[in-house]
Design a protein around this ligand. Structure first.
Ligand code: AMP
Length: 289
């Protein structure tokens, strides 16, 4: 039996362990998560493991990145299950703080990345990226890793984090990891657990649709035309589309007409569940488990 990784709940204990590794000349990779772990998270751990002597995973469902009507209270939590998965994946240390450790009562500081956060998920989820930027800044300063791994699944988030690290001169490399998908193309997500069996059957249409957009764009179709067709297809399948957008992959600025290099991003509701996905233009070969 593989023993569970050591779990620490305070910044002091986290720093004590990491200082010991540093003293021994070891490198450290960090994988921040909100738990309810799946193969997507574990692919980030594998990437960290192949590039660092020691891997720290954090589990923290960050209250300040959820809106008042969002799913914070019902977000799936399974710490024991997560620890077993992280042990198998070869994580050295788990940082699982209580909310009070991250946000003491008079907590009054916020990290805000403007520009990249105003539209797409930022428009639909006001203050979401402030919450993400704040907690990620804290985790990076608490752990001080050589690098931290984030999934391309949350593409806008990845760019926001790269920007804040650059802007604040935080000495850490931000590594992006490819999206892990189910065999039918649905991007793995902790929120997929909310889908009813009938919604789950429809869900892969989200990826199929943006993959089609990426393929069409690569063949020279104009952005606006491709987006209109995609929205139509998603509406017909039963999604409530939040956005389908073709953006510059580095700046997220809107693109129009024919493009050679871009990112197609989408967010859409199936029932009460908000799904997000994205794909590169030109489209890559699919990563699925
Ligand atoms: P979360 O627990 O949802 O906050 O996700 C933690 C990290 O895992 C983030 O960097 C996500 O982008 C990443 N992640 C989530 N789902 C996937 C996936 N299907 N493939 C790759 N990375 C993912």
């Amino acid at each position: 039996m593989i023993s569970k990784p050591t779990t620490v709940r305070t910044v002091a204990d986290l720093r004590r362990q990491i200082a010991a590794w540093r003293k021994a000349g070891e490198t450290v990779g960090l994988v921040p998560t909100m738990g309810a772990l799946h193969e997507g998270h574990l692919s980030l751990v594998a990437l960290a493991n192949s590039n660092a002597d020691r891997v720290v995973a954090s589990i923290f469902v960050n209250p300040i990145q959820f809106g008042p009507r969002e799913d914070f209270s019902r977000y799936p939590r399974d710490e024991q299950g997560d620890l077993a998965k992280l042990a198998k994946a070869g994580v050295d240390l788990v940082f699982a703080p209580e909310t009070a450790e991250m946000y003491p009562q008079d907590f009054s500081t916020q990290v805000k990345v403007s520009d990249l956060t105003e539209d797409l998920c930022g428009a639909a989820r006001p203050n979401h990226f402030d919450g993400v930027a704040t907690v990620v800044t804290k985790l990076l300063l608490q752990c001080a890793p050589d690098f931290a791994v984030f999934g391309e699944k949350d593409y806008q988030q990845l760019l926001v984090i790269k920007r804040l690290v650059r802007d604040l001169n935080i000495p850490v490399d931000i590594v992006g990891a490819p999206i892990v998908r189910e065999k039918d193309g649905l991007a793995l997500s902790s929120r997929n657990a909310y889908l009813s069996p009938s919604e789950r059957k429809i869900a892969p249409v989200l990826y199929q649709t943006i993959l089609e957009v990426a393929g069409d764009l690569a063949k020279g179709r104009g952005c606006d035309d491709a987006v209109v067709a995609a929205r139509f297809k998603l509406d017909a399948a039963g999604f409530r589309v939040n956005y389908v957008a073709v953006r510059d992959p580095d700046t997220l600025k809107p693109l129009s007409g024919p493009v050679t290099r871009a990112r197609v991003l989408t967010a859409a509701f199936l029932g009460k569940t908000r799904l997000i996905d994205n794909v590169a233009v030109p489209p890559p070969s699919t990563t699925s488990r």
